[in-house]
Structure formats: structure tokens, C-alpha cells
Design a protein around this ligand. Sequence first.
Ligand code: PLP
Length: 397
Amino acid sequence: MILRKQFLEHVGQTSPSPMLIEVARAEGSFFYTPEGKRYFDLVAGVSVSNVGHANQDVVRAVQQQAADYMHVMVYGEMVERPQVEYARRIAELLPGDIDCVYFVNSGAEAVEVALKLAKRHTHRTELISMRRAYHGSTHGAMSMMGTPEGEEWKAEFRPLLPDVKSINFNSFEELNLITERTAGVLCEVVQGEAGVRLPNVEWLRALRARCSEVGALLIFDEIQTGMGRTGEMFASTKYGITPDIICLAKAFGGGMPLGGVASKKSILDSFTNNPCLGHITTFGGHPVCCAAGLAALNYLIDNNVVESVEHKGLMFEQRLSRHPRILEIRRSGLLMALELGNAEYLYRLMEIFKEEGIMSDWFLYCDTAFRISPPLTISEAEIEECCTIIERSLDRL
Ligand code: PLP
């Protein structure tokens, strides 16, 4: 009680109704309160804990790197093994000829860097994003929140970035708004905060073609979809499209704060001269974060975790789609929105979930659906148990 009171007094909040669940420890698919109450974590820190909480490989890597050295100096001056090894390993897995990673601290910063890089590389100013997109909360990233849905959050912060346009995700007609004036087009491959909206693959191809035709850089935001979430290491490879720039964060740090902007070296080199230091960061690519990210990546690969994702997603879908309260399931791998069609039901369900030991959430632009995006390591037995609790909770609505 005292800790909760102090939390409300001393820790800044932007949520008017924090969940107020105290966390004592977390392991695998669960976290626990000090009283020992267990919660199924269906949020995974918003698609962060892909390798499960307290993954021992990641814990060991963090401990070892912290003991070797923590912060020395980053942004590309010093040669630091965790950065080099992680960048090399991730480049092998990224689509097409993307071979280089610039490390940053977070998703929003990765987006900032990608937007700056598009401007710098093309010498153009116009930026285009999708309606109902979410790319982060800094001024630049917020400028790319699709209008009009993002307006509620943006209004009080204007003026934001100039020369920004929104087009409709999956709209073929609006692709011709991308022109020779456009520096970059920013797009989530699967729209997460819109409530898990899947791309039309033909449209993604047409988007790629249009950007190539007019010389605009195509930037994929894989901050939520990367590192196996959709059933392939990257959604770009799942849908077979190679963008010019990929933004990474969330699970990219294996539970530590880390972001990355991946591109061809020749594009990233636009930051290097005239003037130099096109982006700098004190902590981006922190060796402990890179060591954690690399350990998490190796864990995903060595344990064939990504290969199990589609089957696990299907298990959730097949069981829960039979419940009469579930009107629709939108899903890519283990990124799922379960549609109730009614915000009041959803708010009630969140309360019931809290009692039943389920941690879920709604989406920024969709408060009629709840989220299932657990650690990718969740076992089949855990999925069965979790579905039983979710069905019981839905029965109580
Ligand atoms: N892009 C997408 C698709 C996201 O889902 C998020 C966060 O939810 C971000 C960017 C912003 O990442 P961060 O919170 O690390 O700034």
C-alpha cells in the first residue's frame, strides 16, 4: 500500500488510471506480485519480452558484459564487441542488401533517425505516414501519427514537423500522393496500435514500387513486428518486401532499452559528412543492451522459437474464436487483437482479467479489442491454461 501511495506521489504518470499492480518478479510467461499472485503476461512489455522474462541466457550476458565494461563511449568511435557482433548477426538476417545498423536508445529515436536519414539522403523534405499509425511519442515520431486519428494526442503539441502527409494503409489510389517531393514513407508492416491491421501484400508491393519509382525511401517500422513476433524474424521477410530502412526496438534489446536503424551502409553513410555527426547519442548501442539483444537473438535461433510462433498463434485463435463474445480475431503470428465490438465490455473485461490473473491491454486507436502478444516462448500447455482463463473471464461479461 505504501509503495503504491509513493508511486502515485513521486513517479510521473501519463495514464489517468494506472493498473497499480506491483511486480515482485517475472519469469517465462508470468509475472508475480509480492503476495505471490501470478499474472499471465499477454502484453510482454508491449512486444518486448519475446524470449520470456528472466531468460537465463540474457541474464548471463547482461551480468558478464556489466562486469567486463558498461559505458565507455558509443556512436561509432570505439570498437565494442557486443555492438559489432550484434550488428553483424542482425545484418545476416535482414532482408535484401541491408547490411548496417545504427544503434539508438528506443523506438521513437529509431524513427527520428530514419526520418532524418531519409531527408538527408534524398535532399527532400516531405514525409508520408499512414493513418492510424503509431511510431512513438517524441515530436518527430508524433508528427507521423496518422491524421485524423492521432489528432487528439497531437493537437496541443503543434506546430509539429512541417511537410508531413498521411495516406490510408492498404489504399492503392493514395500511392500517387507519394511523389518526387517525398523523402521517405514510414509504414508499420502490421499496424499494431490501430488494433492489429494486416497489410494487403499486393499493396505493400505497390508501395515498394511507387517509392522506387519516385526515389523516396521506404521505411518500415518493425519496432513491434520485429524479432519473431509475426512468425518470421522480420515482418519484411514474412511479406517478402525489402524496404530501404528498417526501424527496430522493443524486443531488439532482449529486455534492455535498445533501438536500431538498419539500412545499406551507403545510405547510412549520408550522416557521416557535410556536416558530420548527422545523429549522435550518448547511450545508443550501450554494450550491456547489445549483449542482451544478441543473447536474445541467439536464443530465438538456437531454440527454433520463431518457427513455433504461427502454430501458437493459431492455437489461441482456434480456441478463442469459438467464444460468442469474440466477434473477430486479427492476427499476425503472436500479435493479436480480439474484437469485442464494444468499449464498455472491454473495460469490464480488463477488470475481470486483473482478478483472474491475466495481463492484457487495449490499443491506442482501438478500445474495443484486447491484446494477446505474450512472450514467444509461451508453451502449448500455458496457452491451453490461458485460454481457459480467458474463456471464463469472457463468460463473466
Ligand atoms: N513504433 C511502433 C510500431 C510502436 O509500437 C512503438 C511503441 O509502442 C514505437 C514505435 C515507439 O517505441 P518506443 O516506445 O520505444 O519509443
